[in-house]
Write a protein that binds this ligand. Structure first.
Ligand code: MD3
Ligand code: FE
Length: 232
């Protein structure tokens, strides 16, 4: 009597092929520590980028990108939206996280599963286990848009890292120290690059130089940045 081997439905189920699809996060060069606590994951999100862009269109349909006003009364050159339980907002009253979009008074769109998975995987790759963000701020830069040097300190807890994902046109990122006057490093962030900012890097000053004009094959004349945060 012969035993018919069970036919496994996929070649990888037999263990001979890596089941990780090429679109899974994690492609690209190995992580590089920029300064203590800050890890660059080159092209980590390149494979999932088309899915991210599709999800972003859904988020923007529910919570359109808008130019917010700083407490000082300036209109930000960056257009913003959010998804997840909490979203970052600014107006004449100050900077804060809210559970509702002040434009619609509705909850922010849900954090797509693919966003969560990417953020958690990137943080783990940089050594920050069990990162479960509850806020995703989305920044859209048109040519000329910039973000001046600032610290991110509205999250209430600086033990969790921030994970940033760059999509579209490249930008020059400025990475300073713990004092505004510390001379910043410059780093080019390109489509698919992910950076994890934690530990001693979490409260460093940072910013983005005015975006250079160009045309990106997937995103057109813009850069979109996602930042995943844990707000308490
Ligand atoms: C370093 N965004 O949304 S992402 C921001 O590209 C912001 O849109 C920039 O700064 C952008 O607040 C930079 C990189 C980043 C984000 C948060 C950080 C770097 C950081 C927090 C602490 C240290
Ligand atoms: Fe920031």
């Amino acid at each position: 009597m012969s035993v018919t081997p069970v036919q496994l439905p996929f070649a990888w189920a037999s263990g001979s092929i890596d089941p990780t699809p090429s679109a899974a996060p994690g492609a690209g060069a190995p992580p590089r520590e920029l300064v203590p606590g800050a890890w660059v994951l080159p092209a980590f999100a390149t494979g999932v980028a088309p899915v991210l862009v599709e999800e972003l269109e859904r988020v923007f349909a529910a919570a359109p990108l808008r130019h917010m006003t700083t407490p000082g009364g300036h209109r930000m050159s960056v257009a913003m939206s959010n998804c997840g339980p909490l979203g970052w907002v600014t107006d004449r009253a100050g900077y804060r996280y809210t559970a509702r979009d002040p434009e619609s008074d509705r909850p922010w769109p849900v954090l797509p599963a693919r966003f969560r998975e990417l953020a958690t995987a990137a943080a783990a790759r940089a050594g920050y286990e069990a990162f479960h963000p509850n806020a995703c701020l989305i920044n859209e830069y048109a040519p000329g848009a910039r973000m001046t040097l600032h610290q991110d300190r509205n999250e209430g807890d600086f033990t969790a890292p921030i994970v940033s994902v760059s999509l579209g046109l490249p930008a020059t990122f400025l990475f300073g120290g713990l004092e505004r006057s510390d001379r910043p490093l410059r780093l080019s962030l390109e489509h698919g690059d992910v950076v994890v900012w934690g530990g001693p890097a979490r409260l460093r000053f940072h910013g983005i130089l005015p975006l250079r004009d160009g045309e990106h094959p997937a995103l057109g004349r813009r850069r979109v940045n996602l930042t995943f945060r844990l707000v308490r």
